[in-house]
Ligand binder design. Structure first.
Ligand code: ADP
Length: 596
């Protein structure tokens, strides 16, 4: 518990420093102006009230009250002006600046992280959480700090006033606080337990909301009874939540009642009223103003201390947990070490896999075993095999998205680990099975930068058989996020755009994972032709389940269970009459059957 508290505190300081680094004025303004805005009311409750009552009781001139009120109003107007200017003009801009800094930091960190980090659920959860909640949490940290500071200043100022009137009142306050604080801690503990007990149910709720708002599920929900099934589960989850939450609520209301009502009522409202009332009315040791001021002040101090020890403590803990995840994400170290070689080849070099074996991080199973291969420049290489054979993994290793577990991959004899990672990636144009299109123009989606060469982009699109004429040519916006008139694409069209990237990029290697999966036979035929043409300037490695595409490859590698079991040209493998020949014939028969 103590460790957690220290961490929460450290997390708070970390976040405050982060905010201060990016928007120092926001921290200063937020803390200073709130204190400034609250001060007149805090003082009026005690000092002004005492003054007015004393003037009235002593029968002094009314102009004293008028002057005091005028000064008070002037102070309020000036602080109001400052705080309104700050909150309404400066604050929204500062907030934008802070959100920008948070997201920029997260995006930069996420883009720099090893690809394998995405296989780590903890990293991924932290990333999602940081993306979704960090801006609000950062703001909450600031606002909570402000509340604490305002209350501490309130306690100190009012405490100072009360001490000058009758220090005994502070004893009442101290006893009240001594009773309230441990109960406050207990409330915080129950609250944390309640939040922890709710977590699995909250996670399920998030899943349900995803199912109902994401387009991915919309078709299935409409066409099947899945909606009712999910709704029933949702209802059950809500019911379970209520069942789990009830005992915590019962505990909490009792504690809140004990904490707020009893000490406050007995010690402050009754105790101080009786004591100070007696001194004001019977013994006349204090004035009526003192009586009113101590009563108000003691109540106000108790409430502040109560807030600091319970509610704010809960907030610190809760916000601290989010900051902790943000920190963990920001402190995650990249495991993949970048070298210093920055060569980007103009001519394709020789690729060599030397005894390469690989298992995914955190797993025990080798998914590639003793792979040895040598790929000469400009060759067209096809990787074939059943699902899970290790084809994508092999390209992932060549792209250095993961480092090999054993063995080495070399380009012209130089280990790829010696490259600076981003320079190394400039050698490759890669089209993945799960490619992504971005909310940008067609040209930008081909060039993957913000200054596409329109003619080159068109040629690349043609090479990938993308022949659809869009209203603004390569300037047409793709997807609807940035433009209501953004172009919607079929799966095949999207895939052609992704493929065109491999033709656009000037680099020695193209790697295509399942390039023809969504293509019709005509587009597939054109793609084969284009790939043959592209091979004049690049080494091309492609993974394909459609064996018609592999016919034109110079060398085919057939993988099974992480090993290369057959290699050679199409003719050689057909002559071998092994697994490749079996698969090819099976597909050819199917194709003939389908045609009939
Ligand atoms: P293929 O491309 O031939 O279908 P993959 O290379 O995708 O096969 O997968 C090879 C093996 O590695 C499979 O058993 C798969 O389950 C496993 N695998 C793939 N990606 C990961 C990953 N990120 N973490 C753990 N195992 C993985």
């Amino acid at each position: 518990m103590n460790d957690k508290k220290t961490n929460s505190f450290k997390n708070y300081i970390y976040m405050l420093r982060f905010i201060f680094k990016h928007t120092p004025f926001m921290v200063f303004g937020y803390l200073f102006f709130d204190v400034l805005a609250n001060l007149p009311w805090t003082l009026s409750n005690v000092v002004l009230l005492k003054y007015i009552i004393d003037v009235a009781v002593e029968g002094k001139d009314f102009y004293r009250v008028a002057v005091a009120l005028a000064l008070f109003v002037a102070f309020v107007v000036i602080t109001n002006l400052c705080t309104t200017l700050f909150y309404e003009v400066s604050m929204p801009k500062q907030k934008e600046k802070l959100y920008f800094a948070i997201y920029k930091t997260i995006y930069e960190k996420a883009a720099k992280m090893d690809y394998e980090a995405y296989d780590n659920p903890e990293y991924y959860n932290d990333l999602v959480l940081a993306m979704n909640a960090m801006n609000e949490r950062a703001y909450a940290v600031l606002s909570n700090t402000q509340d604490i500071l305002t209350n501490i200043i309130g306690v100190l100022t009012i405490g100072a006033v009360i001490v000058t009137i009758d220090p005994i009142c502070l004893v009442f306050v101290a006893v009240c606080v001594a009773i309230m604080t441990p109960i406050g801690r207990l409330i915080a503990k129950v609250n944390v337990e309640r939040t922890e007990a709710m977590t699995p149910y909250d996670r399920k709720n998030l899943y349900f909301s995803r199912v109902f708002y994401l387009q991915d599920y919309a078709k299935e929900l409409r066409l099947s009874g899945a909606g009712e099934m999910i709704e029933a589960r949702y209802n059950k989850n809500i019911f379970d939540r209520l069942k789990i939450i009830s005992p915590y609520l019962t505990k909490q209301w009792k504690l809140y009642f004990c904490q707020e009502s009893l000490p406050m009522t007995i010690l402050i409202y009754l105790g101080i009223t009786l004591l100070m009332g007696y001194k004001a009315i019977v013994t006349k040791d204090v004035s009526m103003g003192d009586f009113a001021a101590t009563f108000n002040g003691a109540a106000s101090i108790s409430t502040s201390v109560f807030a600091i020890t319970s509610q704010f403590a809960i907030n610190i803990r809760e916000n601290g947990l989010y900051v902790e995840k943000f920190r963990r994400f920001m402190n995650a170290k990249e495991k993949m070490i970048s070298g210093t070689n920055t060569t980007v080849f103009e001519e394709p070099p020789v690729i060599k896999f030397e005894n390469v074996s690989f298992k995914y991080p955190g797993t025990d199973k080798y998914v590639l075993k003793n792979i040895n291969l040598e790929i000469a420049p400009y060759k067209k290489i096809a990787l074939v095999g059943y699902n899970g054979a290790g084809k994508t993994t092999l390209t992932n290793l060549l792209l250095r998205l993961y480092d090999v577990t054993d063995g080495a991959i070399t380009l012209n004899g130089v280990n790829i680990k010696e490259w600076d990672i981003s320079a190394y990636h400039r050698n490759f144009a890669a089209v993945f099975q799960d490619f992504s299109l971005f909310g940008a123009t067609l040209g930008e989606n081909v060039s993957m930068d913000d200054s596409p060469d329109a003619t080159k982009a068109k040629d690349a699109l043609n090479a990938a058989s993308f022949n659809r004429e869009l209203p603004d040519g390569t300037d047409s916006i793709i997807l609807r996020e940035f433009d209501d008139n953004g172009v919607s694409l079929s799966g095949g069209e999207a895939q052609k755009i992704a493929i065109s990237r491999a033709f656009y990029k000037e680099c020695p290697f193209a790697i295509l994972d399942e390039p023809s999966a969504n293509l019709d036979p005509v587009a597939e035929y054109s793609l084969n032709q284009s790939m043959a043409k592209a091979a004049n300037s690049k080494t091309v490695m492609f993974i394909s389940h459609r064996l018609s595409t592999t016919v034109m490859a110079d060398e085919i590698y057939m993988l099974e269970n992480g090993e290369i079991i057959e290699r050679g040209s199409h003719e050689e493998l057909m002559a071998l009459d092994g697994k490749y020949a079996y698969m090819f014939r099976l597909q050819a028969e199917k194709y003939v059957e389908n045609k009939d």
